[in-house]
Design a protein around this ligand. Sequence first.
Ligand SMILES: [Zn+2]
Length: 593
Amino acid sequence: MPEPDQPYRLPRTVVPSRYDLTLEPDLDTGAFDGAIQITIEVVEPVTEIVLNANELRLDDATLTAADGRTVEVSKIRTDDDAERATLDLAETAEPGEWALAISFRGELNPRLTGFYRSTYTDEDGRTQVIGTTHFEATDARRAFPCWDEPDLKAVFAISLVVKDGLTAVSNGPEVERESLDDGRVLIRFADTMKMSTYLAAWVVGRLELSEPADARGVPVRTVHVPGKGHLTSLASEVSVHSLNWFADYYGIPYPEAKLDNVALPDFAQGAMENVGCVTYREQVLLIDPARSTQEEQLGVAETVAHELAHMWFGDLVTMRWWNGIWLNEAFATFMSMLAVDDLRPDWEIWNMFTRDRTNAFEIDALETTRPIEYEVRSPDDASGMFDTLTYVKGGAVLRMLEQWLGAERFRDGIRRYLGKHAYGNTETHDLWDALEEETGEPVRRIMDAWIFQPGYPAISVDLMGDRIRFSQRRFIPSKDDDPTSWPVPLTVRQVSGEEERADRILIEADGAELELLAADAVVIANAGSASFVRVWYDDELRSRVVARAMNVLSPIERYSLVDDAWAAVVAGTASAGSFLDLVQGSKDETDLR
Ligand SMILES: [Zn+2]
């Protein structure tokens, strides 16, 4: 058990295993009543119980032992600054399993976090209210009292009491519906898997559900405001494909019994990967395939695939603390590329990714760049991680590793990792360790250098007789003596006549060498442009590559050849004239425009 890091980590003297939560939202007044029973394990004798609550009024609490004995809660103290509630006990609670029941009240807020209020205007011009949730990172505590940290996983049994006629969805499928005397209905949802609080979700309002599509027995629906059913076909197609594709890739069935994609008129993020109940800003989910561009469709597909990649990576296996959020996001980004590429190879999504990567190269060449992962004490410290360096550089270094290890070996390592840590929490290095165990390659050493050091190297490639010499230096135009180095995974392709060879090398601080395939060989130093590096060829090797670019380079490799050359001009290490020669040499280019 890690030492609690005050004031951001709760004491581990009491930990939850199950939440039985009933909420009664009144969409007209914006108020909600809640009742929760939390099954807890008291780990050592306690006289107080500390948990998270924010802007909730806790009315009453009782603590009951497994044998029915109760301990009086003598006082409830809430502290909205600390986002905590402390329950003082009249006597000591001994170690063992207890049930903590709390009744509480809150308000649907307009701030798009916690349990919040979203609105739309219906066909009659009336404002309709939706009660919906967004909890990542630390806003579950605005909806119910809880141990609101990602490693304190529990099972959630969620029930909603709502006006009859409203649509209500949550993580699990609806399992029971009971009409109450006052015209409301009690809707019970199935138990979730053991998961983090930030992944709980529910949505209630005047909403429509699409007919379920089927992903190997898992019903997939889109939840949307009335009248938008004709915009759901692409989301449905991508969802079914992604669920099946990820289940095969990860070697683990989808971990929930159903999937609802919920399109919300008001949503702060693009989308949120709540297990079984993924929420989206309406514009990134609903689209008319007949009246949209390929780019818009690709955007929807990528977003849906990204969220569904999280159902396993992030939801089934979750970072222990928020420093790991970059890996969660980078991995989902990387996986969404694989899944969308499988669905629509004609979209050539890796070409798009490689072009986007130029942006990450530029940001990461500045002195102001940051390492991908850094220390996070308060959850807010991690908010700076939701940027290009996480999504694009993070995704790109995973792509680099995958291509260097080989797609199958990488996949097997991912399976090993998910299988070992299912329903649990991990540190970033647990992924590297699983890949290392699977492949025997020094994955942890390589990846630690890439994620804890800012920047990236330029690789100089020089012809030395019958050998090729590779050396590295950090690409940072504002400095010329930066000593940072990386173990650089690189796949080198050589072509001579009909002969072709690919070698995987690892370039250390003192460089690396490789035998030249033949005296006239063309050397493509970063095959598939898979590694997150710039490449500088010496004059001879560059002229060979340029001369044969249209025959032996893929569109991505040609793009990178030009992109790297331009970066060298901007950095002042190459002349503008050499760049123009190169562009002149690729005037027959028709791809990637
Ligand atoms: Zn994500």
